[in-house]
Design a protein around this ligand. Sequence first.
Ligand SMILES: [Zn+2]
Length: 299
Amino acid sequence: MTAAALPAAPAILGATMAQAQDETAQTPPAIPPYRKMQLGDMGVTTLLAANRPMDNPHGTFGLNASDEEFAALSQEAFIPADTSLNFFTPTLIEAGDEKILFDTGLNSAGTSAALAAAGHAPEDITTVVITHMHGDHIGGLMGEGGATFKNARYITGQTEFDHWSKAGNDTFEAKVRPLEDQFAFIKGGDSVVSGITAVEAFGHTPGHMAYMVESGGKGLVLAVDTANHYVWSLRRPEWEVRFDMDKTQAAATRKSLLGMVSADRLPFIGYHMPFPGVGFLETSGPGYRFVPTGYQLDV
Ligand SMILES: [Zn+2]
């Protein structure tokens, strides 16, 4: 409700509400920007580093679908077809003495603020894993004061690093190149620490990696950018996405990785899913329905 919607609001109340709205506009989202869960002996915290509206989502999702198909699926899922909200969600895993951060958001400030809300400082991070090198995942590596995570080692996929190192772009040069010598490079099947294993999920980018997390007999998948919208990419895995560099390979990866998540009834975290970004997949038609987590990871 807005001040204008209130009938006969006294001027003083109108002014107060306008002031309150201005203050709201300057503060982070009203929901806490973190959600902590437990997976066996590991703490898993999703961090809302940023969110922002996206106009004309059909210009990004479902490039090979008609306007009618896009509108019909959107309506069926209770979401508008002409606008969207995008979330940027790094994940922190606490395993023994390690604090492992998966991806770094658009910038240092957003990820640092979410970490602080959850009770962590950037200096506490022992390992930063970069799943792929799009700007919304590497943007927080460097801030105004240099490296954001001053005590961390860095891990990324060899294939991914090799691609961007050769192709080059301004964001890579600004955010990754200064840290190049501190990176260790892994491939699918390699472990970050015991219980966290890289899974090749190529297509979104040439070396995009998902991660399988296992502790105390429980499993969780960091699907990262395998699927970038909870309706348009999960319900229709074959729908092409503008950000997927190899659209055919990305769709094949969606089908195989999401198929595994669904068949094994595992919880997964998607970097761009609605915050807190954690859910399950129920088979539905050619794809999957997103079932947001309830208390499954709290008990
Ligand atoms: Zn992304």
